[in-house]
Design a protein around this ligand. Structure first.
Ligand code: FMN
Length: 378
């Protein structure tokens, strides 16, 4: 049995299925040498399947412009020529490379030719497609409409599949290896440029990557990391530097388990419905409880403290979720008083919100934001 499991694991590993991150993959360079993507840790990557005889081939000019704009600050383009779309990347990799340098003066590395779909597809692209499926062509764009009509004629359900649709599909990867976004060949380079600019800036990258996390690994956050997060929090601005908050960090797993028992008794149906339920704090192993003056005031300052902590946590590979619901439960249930007592909240303060924190075990998509709420007065 053990042998069978090891065998399956070996096959999965060869296929790239067991890969946990983009840095687990090896690819071949234009000389046929193995290159580990771990060599690109800490860099922003744009991974693209290219072709030399395609209507989109002039995009090489724009790719080179992006490369020249950002490369010195840690940006790489990983170019994988692929002959699967209209056989528009014929010839050897040497011929392709000569063509690209002669016609577009490209400076970025070109890797060996690969398949991106089908039986012989590169495990790297299997992974990329699993991370970011097909999001559709922009049908307001003439070329997007053309691509949609062309592909739909071949397969009415083409848009339900995550496979690569054509040459010059691009995947943007953050400095910490997250596949941030997939771009179809018809997507605007100016949008890709703007997204790269965000990823080049670690603060902007953390802001855009943060999502509320409600599934965590069974692994408490190390004390030192919690200290660092809280340090980022108390360095937030506050009116007159009054710092009108009280912060309590819960590392006691038993305390979380005990108060969750009270919650379960009060919400049996809800807990039964939630098959991922671990605890009443959206399953997080650690909590940062933020208190403000009982009489009111300090909420704005406490909110800024919380956002600092969430972004610091994000930048450290931790996930968070701001929680109001559990606070309402704790304040309303006498049986949960032991939890509030353990927090040792000083007289004159009340629990305002709880920040759930832990190692994320999910990657939720961004929820939509309403940009129409913003007006620029010029
Ligand atoms: C004041 C406040 C209270 C919140 N309370 C809860 C909560 O009780 N339970 C929960 O699952 N999420 C809670 N959230 C998280 C929001 O649902 C989440 O921020 C919002 O849906 C946007 O999603 P995002 O954080 O992934 O961008 C709260 C967020 C804030 C700011």
């Amino acid at each position: 049995m053990k042998k069978v499991i090891l065998g399956v694991m070996a096959i999965m590993s060869v296929l790239g299925v067991s890969a946990q991150s983009i840095y687990d993959f090896k690819v071949k360079d234009d000389m046929g040498n193995d290159v580990s993507l771990a060599d690109y840790k800490g860099k922003v990557l744009l991974i693209v399947n290219t072709a030399t005889r395609c209507g989109f081939t002039p995009q090489y000019d724009e790719l080179e412009a992006l490369y020249e704009k950002y490369h010195a600050d840690g940006f790489e383009i990983l170019d994988f020529p692929c002959n699967q779309f209209g056989e528009q990347a014929p010839g050897t990799i040497e011929e392709i490379h000569q063509f690209c340098t002669a016609n577009f003066n490209i400076q970025f590395p070109q890797f060996d030719k690969i398949d991106v779909n089908g039986a012989n597809e590169s495990p790297l692209f299997t992974y990329l497609k699993a991370q970011k499926g097909f999001g559709g062509f922009d049908l307001n764009d003439q070329r997007g409409k053309f691509m949609d009509e062309m592909l739909r004629k071949q397969d009415a359900d083409y848009d339900k599949k995550s496979d690569i649709k054509w040459n010059f599909t691009k995947f943007l990867v953050s400095r910490d290896g997250r596949v941030v976004k997939r771009y179809e060949p018809t997507d605007k380079m100016t949008d890709i440029d703007a997204a790269i600019e965000i990823e080049m800036n670690p603060v902007l990258s953390s802001i855009m990557a943060r999502r509320s996390i409600r599934k965590y690994l069974d692994k408490p956050v190390e004390h030192e990391k919690l200290e660092m997060v809280v340090c980022a929090g108390i360095n937030a601005p506050s009116g007159m530097n009054r710092q009108p908050w009280i912060v309590r960090v819960v590392e006691d797993q038993q305390l979380i388990a005990d108060v969750t028992e009270v919650y379960k008794r009060n919400n049996p149906e809800q807990v039964k419905r939630d098959k991922d339920f671990k605890n009443m704090f959206r399953n997080a192993p650690n909590l940062i409880c933020v208190c403000t003056p009982a009489e009111g005031g300090g909420e704005l300052d406490a909110g800024l403290l919380g956002e600092n902590m969430m972004l610091a946590a994000q930048s450290m590979g931790l996930g968070t979720c701001c929680l109001g619901g559990p606070v309402r439960f704790l304040n309303a249930n006498a049986d949960a008083k032991f939890f509030l007592d353990r927090l040792d909240i000083p007289e004159g303060y009340k629990l305002n919100y709880i920040l759930a924190i832990g190692y994320p075990d999910e990657q939720p998509d961004a929820k939509p934001r309403d940009a129409s709420k913003v007006k620029y007065i010029k």
